[in-house]
Design a protein around this ligand. Structure first.
Ligand code: FNR
Length: 180
């Protein structure tokens, strides 16, 4: 199984990037996870969507090739960050590469609610609106107080979170059997 991670933060020390890297490392023997950067994705522009820049084509091709998408996002202003919305806008148009492609969502924030509102919005965007991506039911991953759960090297050190992720990833792989 091949999965791509789309991380909603482009900062170097992003907790959400570190969370995606934890999944990449810990389950490396179970599935391949490629983390896609949103840093070089231009702003969506309907005028150029039919002749999109190479960075957009490359990004969409990676998503198209994947069996599933892992969305790992912070919460900005009670919703998803602009960079993530921008990526979704590109994915939702022309060849609609997300159509029917399964998704799983996670999020990390320094607050106690751990991206609840952002994930609510993301679920609605992915499932109910144009992307038509089936979502792993239940198994909601909210990593609150993220600054207390990673060490200085960026490793996830919170045992409860590590164990919970083992369960969620197990459920994800079981659920994915219907798609791969
Ligand atoms: C935030 N943050 C934040 N946190 C939260 O729980 N709810 C929110 O609505 C917001 N809004 C928000 C807006 C903006 C513009 C920034 C920069 C930050 C805090 C956010 O959760 C925190 O900075 C995370 O560490 C960002 O994720 P990464 O970059 O560490 O992955």
């Amino acid at each position: 199984m091949k999965v791509v991670a789309i991380v909603g933060s482009i900062r170097k020390e992003s907790f959400n990037l570190k969370l995606a890297q934890h999944v990449q490392k810990r389950y490396a023997d179970q599935f391949e996870l490629e983390i896609l950067s949103l840093r070089d994705l231009p702003m969506y522009d309907q005028d150029i969507e039919l002749e999109a820049p190479q960075a957009v084509l490359d990004f969409k091709a990676k998503v198209k090739e994947a069996d599933a998408v892992l969305w790992v996002t912070p919460e900005y202003n009670s919703s998803i960050p602009g960079v993530l919305g921008n990526a979704i806008d590109w994915l939702s148009r022309v060849d609609k590469v997300m159509n029917g492609k399964p998704s799983i969502i996670m999020g990390a924030s320094m607050g106690v609610l751990g991206t609840v509102k952002a994930q609510m919005h993301l679920r609605d965007i992915l499932f109910a609106s144009g992307l038509n991506s089936p979502l792993l039911p239940m198994n909601e991953v909210y990593v609150g107080a993220a600054h207390e759960k990673f060490d200085a090297e960026g490793n996830l050190t919170d045992e409860a979170t590590i164990k919970f992720l083992d369960v969620v990833i197990g459920n994800f792989q079981e659920w994915m059997k219907q798609y791969v």
